[in-house]
Write a protein that binds this ligand. Structure first.
Ligand SMILES: [Ca+2]
Ligand SMILES: [Ca+2]
Length: 118
């Protein structure tokens, strides 16, 4: 847990205690109450991917958020995904995203949070 905390504090957006607990729970894939080595490796891998994607995404976000309202629509997101050679969001993924953000607008910040814990 200490390592985990350290890891997240190195991130640009330090997580609150609640977020940390939430992230912890979402990483403990087998619900053992501990992050074992495999789970931790998976996290690191994911985080590394996230960081490299963020680099790419942030370059594209401003131009992609065409109407500059700070909210990513599925259409706008698909343009982003296409620009980094990812396939567009499927209907399932869209439904999933909508559930995760509780029907709220998908802001850039929420999107980042999703990337971190999904
Ligand atoms: Ca575990
Ligand atoms: Ca927009």
């Amino acid at each position: 847990m200490q390592e985990l905390r350290y890891h997240f504090q190195q991130a640009e957006h330090p997580l609150s205690e609640d977020e940390l607990n939430f992230a912890f729970a979402s990483m403990d894939f087998d619900n053992s109450g501990e992050i074992d080595f495999e789970e931790f490796s998976e996290l690191l891998l994911r985080h590394r991917r996230l960081i490299s994607r963020l680099d790419q995404f942030s370059k594209y976000f401003i131009p992609i958020d065409a109407n500059e309202d700070g909210v990513l629509t599925p259409q706008e997101m698909n343009v982003v995904l296409a620009s980094v050679d990812e396939s567009p969001l499927s209907q399932d993924e869209l439904t999933f995203l909508r559930q995760r953000i509780g029907g709220k607008d998908l802001t850039w910040e929420r999107f980042l949070e999703l990337l971190l814990v999904v």
